[in-house]
Design a protein around this ligand. Structure first.
Ligand code: NAD
Length: 258
Protein backbone atom coordinates (compact mmCIF):
# COMPACT_ATOMS: atom_id res chain seq x y z
CA UNK A 1 0.00 0.00 0.00
CA UNK A 2 1.06 3.56 -0.61
CA UNK A 3 2.60 5.08 2.53
CA UNK A 4 3.59 8.45 1.14
CA UNK A 5 1.66 10.52 -1.34
CA UNK A 6 4.59 12.51 -2.67
CA UNK A 7 5.19 12.32 -6.43
CA UNK A 8 8.00 14.06 -8.29
CA UNK A 9 7.71 14.65 -12.04
CA UNK A 10 10.61 15.98 -14.09
CA UNK A 11 9.94 18.18 -17.11
CA UNK A 12 6.42 18.93 -15.92
CA UNK A 13 6.20 22.56 -17.00
CA UNK A 14 4.99 21.53 -20.46
CA UNK A 15 3.42 18.80 -22.57
CA UNK A 16 3.19 15.23 -21.26
CA UNK A 17 4.80 15.98 -17.88
CA UNK A 18 2.34 18.78 -17.16
CA UNK A 19 -0.61 16.50 -17.95
CA UNK A 20 0.78 13.77 -15.68
CA UNK A 21 1.45 16.22 -12.83
CA UNK A 22 -2.12 17.53 -13.12
CA UNK A 23 -3.45 13.98 -13.00
CA UNK A 24 -1.36 13.21 -9.90
CA UNK A 25 -2.84 16.24 -8.12
CA UNK A 26 -6.35 15.04 -9.10
CA UNK A 27 -5.47 11.60 -7.67
CA UNK A 28 -4.60 13.18 -4.31
CA UNK A 29 -0.81 13.27 -4.55
CA UNK A 30 1.36 16.12 -3.42
CA UNK A 31 3.50 16.87 -6.43
CA UNK A 32 6.99 18.29 -6.83
CA UNK A 33 6.99 19.78 -10.29
CA UNK A 34 10.34 20.11 -12.07
CA UNK A 35 11.03 21.75 -15.41
CA UNK A 36 12.22 24.93 -17.03
CA UNK A 37 9.92 27.93 -16.68
CA UNK A 38 11.70 30.64 -18.65
CA UNK A 39 10.24 34.02 -17.74
CA UNK A 40 7.09 32.63 -16.11
CA UNK A 41 6.66 33.23 -12.38
CA UNK A 42 6.73 29.85 -10.53
CA UNK A 43 3.83 30.86 -8.31
CA UNK A 44 1.63 31.83 -11.28
CA UNK A 45 2.52 28.52 -12.91
CA UNK A 46 1.69 26.52 -9.79
CA UNK A 47 -1.68 28.29 -9.47
CA UNK A 48 -2.66 26.62 -12.77
CA UNK A 49 -2.90 23.27 -10.94
CA UNK A 50 -5.97 24.45 -9.04
CA UNK A 51 -4.65 23.28 -5.65
CA UNK A 52 -1.70 25.46 -4.70
CA UNK A 53 -1.18 23.63 -1.38
CA UNK A 54 -0.35 20.31 -3.00
CA UNK A 55 2.15 21.45 -5.61
CA UNK A 56 5.61 22.90 -5.30
CA UNK A 57 8.24 23.86 -7.83
CA UNK A 58 11.26 21.54 -7.84
CA UNK A 59 13.88 23.71 -9.44
CA UNK A 60 16.79 21.99 -11.20
CA UNK A 61 18.48 22.10 -14.55
CA UNK A 62 18.80 18.38 -15.18
CA UNK A 63 21.94 18.63 -17.29
CA UNK A 64 24.17 17.86 -14.29
CA UNK A 65 24.04 15.81 -11.10
CA UNK A 66 24.51 18.52 -8.44
CA UNK A 67 21.27 20.43 -9.07
CA UNK A 68 19.44 17.08 -9.15
CA UNK A 69 20.87 16.12 -5.77
CA UNK A 70 19.75 19.50 -4.37
CA UNK A 71 16.29 19.11 -5.91
CA UNK A 72 15.77 15.64 -4.43
CA UNK A 73 16.91 16.75 -0.97
CA UNK A 74 14.65 19.82 -0.97
CA UNK A 75 11.71 17.78 -2.24
CA UNK A 76 11.99 15.35 0.66
CA UNK A 77 12.28 18.19 3.16
CA UNK A 78 9.16 19.86 1.77
CA UNK A 79 6.74 16.98 1.04
CA UNK A 80 8.36 13.89 2.67
CA UNK A 81 9.77 10.78 1.00
CA UNK A 82 9.01 10.33 -2.70
CA UNK A 83 6.92 7.24 -3.45
CA UNK A 84 6.19 8.04 -7.11
CA UNK A 85 8.98 9.16 -9.41
CA UNK A 86 8.21 10.11 -12.99
CA UNK A 87 11.26 10.74 -15.17
CA UNK A 88 9.80 12.66 -18.06
CA UNK A 89 12.07 15.58 -18.99
CA UNK A 90 13.44 15.35 -22.49
CA UNK A 91 14.67 17.35 -25.44
CA UNK A 92 15.16 16.55 -29.10
CA UNK A 93 17.59 17.54 -31.83
CA UNK A 94 17.33 16.46 -35.46
CA UNK A 95 20.44 16.40 -37.65
CA UNK A 96 22.48 14.01 -39.81
CA UNK A 97 25.06 12.26 -37.61
CA UNK A 98 28.05 13.88 -39.30
CA UNK A 99 26.70 17.36 -38.54
CA UNK A 100 25.23 16.53 -35.12
CA UNK A 101 26.32 19.27 -32.68
CA UNK A 102 28.41 17.70 -29.90
CA UNK A 103 26.84 19.93 -27.24
CA UNK A 104 23.38 18.73 -28.33
CA UNK A 105 24.50 15.12 -27.98
CA UNK A 106 25.83 15.82 -24.47
CA UNK A 107 22.66 17.66 -23.41
CA UNK A 108 20.33 14.95 -24.73
CA UNK A 109 22.26 12.14 -23.05
CA UNK A 110 22.30 14.13 -19.78
CA UNK A 111 18.66 15.25 -19.73
CA UNK A 112 16.93 12.30 -21.44
CA UNK A 113 18.95 9.51 -19.83
CA UNK A 114 21.44 10.36 -17.05
CA UNK A 115 18.96 12.52 -15.10
CA UNK A 116 16.77 9.42 -14.64
CA UNK A 117 19.73 7.49 -13.22
CA UNK A 118 20.35 10.30 -10.72
CA UNK A 119 16.74 10.72 -9.55
CA UNK A 120 16.32 6.94 -9.28
CA UNK A 121 19.50 6.38 -7.26
CA UNK A 122 18.48 9.18 -4.91
CA UNK A 123 14.81 8.11 -4.51
CA UNK A 124 15.28 4.36 -4.08
CA UNK A 125 16.50 4.31 -0.45
CA UNK A 126 13.27 6.00 0.74
CA UNK A 127 11.11 3.79 -1.47
CA UNK A 128 12.78 0.74 0.09
CA UNK A 129 12.08 2.15 3.57
CA UNK A 130 8.45 2.79 2.59
CA UNK A 131 8.14 -0.72 1.17
CA UNK A 132 6.35 0.70 -1.88
CA UNK A 133 7.31 2.70 -4.90
CA UNK A 134 6.54 3.39 -8.51
CA UNK A 135 9.16 4.59 -10.98
CA UNK A 136 7.85 5.54 -14.40
CA UNK A 137 10.27 6.56 -17.13
CA UNK A 138 8.97 8.35 -20.20
CA UNK A 139 10.89 6.56 -22.89
CA UNK A 140 9.58 6.51 -26.47
CA UNK A 141 8.89 4.31 -29.47
CA UNK A 142 12.49 5.37 -30.09
CA UNK A 143 13.52 3.19 -27.13
CA UNK A 144 12.54 0.21 -29.31
CA UNK A 145 13.16 1.27 -32.90
CA UNK A 146 15.20 4.01 -34.58
CA UNK A 147 14.53 6.81 -37.03
CA UNK A 148 17.26 8.56 -39.02
CA UNK A 149 18.71 11.92 -37.90
CA UNK A 150 17.99 11.35 -34.19
CA UNK A 151 21.21 9.66 -33.01
CA UNK A 152 21.32 11.18 -29.52
CA UNK A 153 17.59 10.83 -28.80
CA UNK A 154 17.37 7.21 -29.97
CA UNK A 155 20.55 6.30 -28.05
CA UNK A 156 19.31 7.97 -24.87
CA UNK A 157 15.86 6.37 -25.10
CA UNK A 158 17.32 2.89 -25.67
CA UNK A 159 19.48 3.62 -22.61
CA UNK A 160 16.44 4.59 -20.55
CA UNK A 161 14.82 1.26 -21.36
CA UNK A 162 17.97 -0.58 -20.27
CA UNK A 163 17.98 1.44 -17.05
CA UNK A 164 14.29 0.61 -16.53
CA UNK A 165 14.86 -3.13 -16.89
CA UNK A 166 17.92 -3.18 -14.63
CA UNK A 167 16.30 -1.14 -11.85
CA UNK A 168 13.14 -3.28 -12.09
CA UNK A 169 15.20 -6.43 -11.44
CA UNK A 170 17.05 -4.88 -8.52
CA UNK A 171 13.83 -3.74 -6.85
CA UNK A 172 11.54 -6.63 -7.73
CA UNK A 173 11.37 -7.94 -4.15
CA UNK A 174 10.72 -4.49 -2.65
CA UNK A 175 7.22 -3.69 -3.94
CA UNK A 176 8.80 -1.11 -6.20
CA UNK A 177 8.07 -1.27 -9.91
CA UNK A 178 10.01 0.45 -12.66
CA UNK A 179 8.40 0.76 -16.07
CA UNK A 180 8.88 2.65 -19.30
CA UNK A 181 6.04 4.30 -21.20
CA UNK A 182 6.89 4.35 -24.91
CA UNK A 183 4.74 6.88 -26.74
CA UNK A 184 4.62 7.43 -30.45
CA UNK A 185 4.10 11.00 -31.60
CA UNK A 186 2.29 13.26 -29.13
CA UNK A 187 1.56 16.81 -30.28
CA UNK A 188 3.55 18.79 -27.71
CA UNK A 189 6.11 21.61 -28.08
CA UNK A 190 8.85 18.92 -28.36
CA UNK A 191 7.30 17.57 -31.56
CA UNK A 192 6.20 20.93 -32.95
CA UNK A 193 9.75 22.29 -32.63
CA UNK A 194 11.32 19.41 -34.60
CA UNK A 195 9.05 19.77 -37.64
CA UNK A 196 11.09 22.58 -39.31
CA UNK A 197 14.43 20.74 -38.78
CA UNK A 198 13.02 17.46 -40.03
CA UNK A 199 11.69 19.29 -43.10
CA UNK A 200 15.19 20.63 -43.72
CA UNK A 201 16.95 17.29 -43.12
CA UNK A 202 14.55 15.42 -45.42
CA UNK A 203 13.99 18.18 -48.03
CA UNK A 204 10.23 18.29 -47.37
CA UNK A 205 7.63 20.92 -46.51
CA UNK A 206 6.43 21.05 -42.89
CA UNK A 207 3.01 19.72 -43.91
CA UNK A 208 4.71 16.77 -45.64
CA UNK A 209 6.68 16.04 -42.45
CA UNK A 210 3.46 15.80 -40.41
CA UNK A 211 1.70 13.58 -42.97
CA UNK A 212 4.55 11.52 -44.44
CA UNK A 213 6.95 11.21 -41.49
CA UNK A 214 5.14 11.69 -38.19
CA UNK A 215 1.65 10.32 -38.76
CA UNK A 216 2.87 7.86 -41.41
CA UNK A 217 4.69 6.06 -38.59
CA UNK A 218 1.42 5.54 -36.71
CA UNK A 219 -1.07 3.19 -38.39
CA UNK A 220 -3.96 4.83 -36.50
CA UNK A 221 -3.04 8.07 -38.31
CA UNK A 222 -3.65 10.01 -35.11
CA UNK A 223 -1.37 11.75 -32.66
CA UNK A 224 -1.30 10.20 -29.16
CA UNK A 225 -2.78 12.62 -26.61
CA UNK A 226 -1.24 13.71 -23.32
CA UNK A 227 -4.40 12.47 -21.56
CA UNK A 228 -3.81 8.97 -22.93
CA UNK A 229 -0.32 9.04 -21.42
CA UNK A 230 -1.71 10.23 -18.07
CA UNK A 231 -4.28 7.40 -18.19
CA UNK A 232 -1.46 4.86 -18.61
CA UNK A 233 0.46 6.41 -15.73
CA UNK A 234 -2.64 6.21 -13.53
CA UNK A 235 -2.97 2.50 -14.30
CA UNK A 236 0.72 1.87 -13.56
CA UNK A 237 0.22 3.44 -10.12
CA UNK A 238 -2.67 1.13 -9.28
CA UNK A 239 -2.47 -2.19 -7.39
CA UNK A 240 -3.58 -3.86 -10.62
CA UNK A 241 -0.19 -2.99 -12.10
CA UNK A 242 1.89 -4.35 -9.19
CA UNK A 243 3.31 -7.13 -11.38
CA UNK A 244 4.14 -4.89 -14.33
CA UNK A 245 7.82 -4.13 -13.96
CA UNK A 246 10.75 -3.86 -16.34
CA UNK A 247 8.21 -3.47 -19.15
CA UNK A 248 7.98 -1.15 -22.12
CA UNK A 249 4.37 -0.02 -22.48
CA UNK A 250 3.85 1.14 -26.06
CA UNK A 251 1.25 3.84 -26.70
CA UNK A 252 2.05 4.47 -30.33
CA UNK A 253 -0.94 3.81 -32.56
CA UNK A 254 0.65 0.55 -33.75
CA UNK A 255 3.98 2.09 -34.80
CA UNK A 256 6.33 -0.64 -33.62
CA UNK A 257 4.01 -3.47 -34.62
CA UNK A 258 4.99 -2.85 -38.26
P1 NAD B 1 7.97 19.20 -23.92
O1 NAD B 1 8.99 19.91 -24.72
O2 NAD B 1 6.55 19.66 -24.01
O3 NAD B 1 8.38 19.18 -22.38
C1 NAD B 1 9.70 18.86 -21.99
C2 NAD B 1 9.88 19.21 -20.53
O4 NAD B 1 11.24 18.95 -20.17
C3 NAD B 1 9.60 20.69 -20.22
O5 NAD B 1 8.93 20.80 -18.97
C4 NAD B 1 10.99 21.27 -20.12
O6 NAD B 1 11.07 22.41 -19.29
C5 NAD B 1 11.74 20.10 -19.52
N1 NAD B 1 13.20 20.24 -19.66
C6 NAD B 1 13.90 20.38 -20.82
N2 NAD B 1 15.20 20.58 -20.54
C7 NAD B 1 15.32 20.56 -19.19
C8 NAD B 1 16.40 20.71 -18.30
N3 NAD B 1 17.65 20.95 -18.72
N4 NAD B 1 16.15 20.65 -16.97
C9 NAD B 1 14.90 20.44 -16.51
N5 NAD B 1 13.83 20.29 -17.31
C10 NAD B 1 14.04 20.34 -18.63
O7 NAD B 1 8.09 17.66 -24.33
P2 NAD B 1 7.08 16.42 -24.25
O8 NAD B 1 6.70 16.08 -25.64
O9 NAD B 1 6.02 16.63 -23.24
O10 NAD B 1 8.08 15.26 -23.79
C11 NAD B 1 8.09 14.70 -22.50
C12 NAD B 1 8.82 13.37 -22.55
O11 NAD B 1 8.12 12.46 -23.39
C13 NAD B 1 10.24 13.46 -23.11
O12 NAD B 1 11.11 12.60 -22.42
C14 NAD B 1 10.07 12.98 -24.53
O13 NAD B 1 11.26 12.47 -25.06
C15 NAD B 1 9.01 11.92 -24.34
N6 NAD B 1 8.29 11.61 -25.57
C16 NAD B 1 7.61 12.58 -26.25
C17 NAD B 1 6.97 12.24 -27.43
C18 NAD B 1 6.22 13.24 -28.23
O14 NAD B 1 5.82 12.91 -29.35
N7 NAD B 1 5.96 14.45 -27.74
C19 NAD B 1 7.02 10.92 -27.92
C20 NAD B 1 7.73 9.97 -27.19
C21 NAD B 1 8.36 10.33 -26.02
Amino acid sequence: MMKSNHALVTGATSGIGYAMARRLVELGYRVSVNGLLGEEDPNDFLMSFGDRERVRFAEADLRSSQPIEKMMKEAKQAFGPISVLVNNAGIQHVSPVEDFAVEKWDAIIAINMSSAFHTIRLAVPDMKDLGWGRIINLASAHALVASPFKTAYVSAKHGVLGLTKTVALELAKHNITCTAICPGYVKTPLVEKQIPDTAKARGMTEQEVVEKVLLAAQPTGKFVTVEQIADAMEFLLSDGAANITGSALSIDGGWIAQ
